[in-house]
Design a protein. Structure first.
Lengths: 291, 122
């Protein structure tokens, strides 16, 4: 306990030391100010703004995360072929360099905005916001945000999207969820990709991958797909159509949805809300101010 | 990895708070971090001296409080310790648990020093 770093501030006395509280300033001009905001509140503020953009246009935004090379772009290509225009899609591509992925998507006749992050290992809400200005959201039902291939950092940044889909290719090892718990705990859906290779890989057990996911207290569904062979796409498209339909209902009811887990637990927990799934918040949700 | 951008975001917040309170400088920043936040305390500590340069917090100390991973079981109701990659109930082993602590990434408080200390009253 001390009077300087704020560790003696509790919910019972916080009002005394917050701005303009009677203990806010000591005689020597020092002030301990309790903040209790998410450390990423700059990003979260922008993310909430992005989410309002999406919701105003009735658009569902899905964040695709995985290692590099697990088949995010191939999944999108196969998805666009299988949808055959039944849902209107736009794609935001994140990579350190090149327009390669955006070109592959545009070749399917779908608008794609490439974000070249330079050296940044993840997308953040500001980058996505800039990309949104280049998209006509009135002409779109779903925006896929293909995050930078990375199983670590992207999980910590809210982009203003509604759902996280985490891909795990069967060439990577079935214990990835145990090795990268922050990433896989954030998944609203885990897609096992490249499953056509399972017949030649004897060391990847889909059940073990799901077991590792469940050990993270996750109820997220697990689907197996092969973009190259077109296997398992029906279940994936079924999930997608269901999400689009339920999102439209949410928007009509003036509610929105944040993805499964965001690292601002204290505020959520303090209000007694579950940090779990299917957890709609009323629009403009963060009760904590942005200063 | 991304700790530098986390640090820069934090310092933007801190600078704004300092400006709101007419503070001349920031003496200490206290953050609370859980293992499931995706931010490594050591990396954040290393990024901090780079990020704080030229800000109102350039002489500030960063105080990191790490929090334990705790879960409450939906099935048996017990609250137990857990590990970041094993969030099962420590009492009954069920996976239907909710995290009650461990994913925090919180700017807890800042210690500000006013630009001009007020005159003391005698």
């Amino acid at each position: 306990m001390c009077d300087t770093c704020g560790c003696n501030v509790t919910s019972g006395n916080a009002h005394l030391v917050e701005a303009d509280g009677k203990l806010a300033t000591t005689g020597d001009g020092r002030a301990a100010v309790e903040v209790l905001q998410g450390l990423l509140s700059e990003n979260d503020h922008q993310a909430a703004h992005n989410r309002e953009h999406f919701d105003r246009h009735g658009v569902l935004a899905i964040n695709l995360m995985s290692s590099p090379g697990s088949g995010k772009t191939a999944l999108l290509e196969a998805t666009l072929d299988a949808l055959a225009g039944r849902l209107r899609v736009a794609v935001i591509e994140g990579d350190l360099e090149t327009e390669n992925d955006a070109r592959r998507i545009r070749a399917k006749g779908v608008p794609a905005i490439q974000i070249a992050t330079g050296s940044a290992c993840h997308l953040d809400a500001h980058m996505v916001h800039l990309a949104l200005h280049e998209l006509d959201l009135d002409a779109v039902d779903v925006v896929f945000i293909e995050n930078v291939g990375n199983l670590v950092c992207p999980a910590s940044f809210d982009l203003g999207h509604h759902r996280n889909v985490t891909l795990l290719s069967v060439t990577e090892g079935d214990d990835k969820p145990a090795k990268y718990p922050v990433m896989f705990r954030a998944a609203d859906l885990m897609l096992l990709t490249k499953t056509d290779l399972l017949e030649v890989l004897d060391d990847f057990d889909p059940h073990r991958a799901e077991h590792c996911l469940r050990a993270l207290a996750s109820n997220a569904p697990v689907l197996e797909v092969s973009a190259r062979k077109g296997r398992g796409l029906d279940a994936w498209l079924g999930w997608l159509r269901h999400e689009v339909a339920t999102h439209r209902q949410r928007v009509a009811a003036r509610q929105t949805l944040r993805p499964a887990v965001q690292p601002d637990g204290v505020h959520l927990h303090a209000r007694g809300e579950p940090a779990g799934h299917d957890h709609p918040h009323v629009h403009g949700h963060p009760a904590h101010g942005h200063g | 990895m991304h700790e530098l951008s986390v640090c820069q975001g934090m310092l933007q917040q801190v600078s704004r708070i300092a400006a709101q309170h007419d503070a001349g400088r920031v003496e200490r920043i206290v953050v609370r971090i859980g293992p499931l936040s995706g931010v490594e305390p050591d990396l954040l500590r290393n990024a901090f001296p780079l990020a704080r340069a030229g800000t109102v917090a350039e002489e500030a100390e960063l105080c990191i409080e790490t929090l334990p991973v705790r879960v409450r079981c939906d099935r048996c109701g017990e609250e137990t310790d857990a590990r970041p990659n094993r969030l099962l109930c420590g009492a009954c082993g069920d996976y239907h648990t909710r995290l009650v602590s461990g994913d925090e990434l919180i700017l807890a408080s800042v210690q500000l020093v006013q630009a001009q200390p007020p005159a003391r009253l005698n």
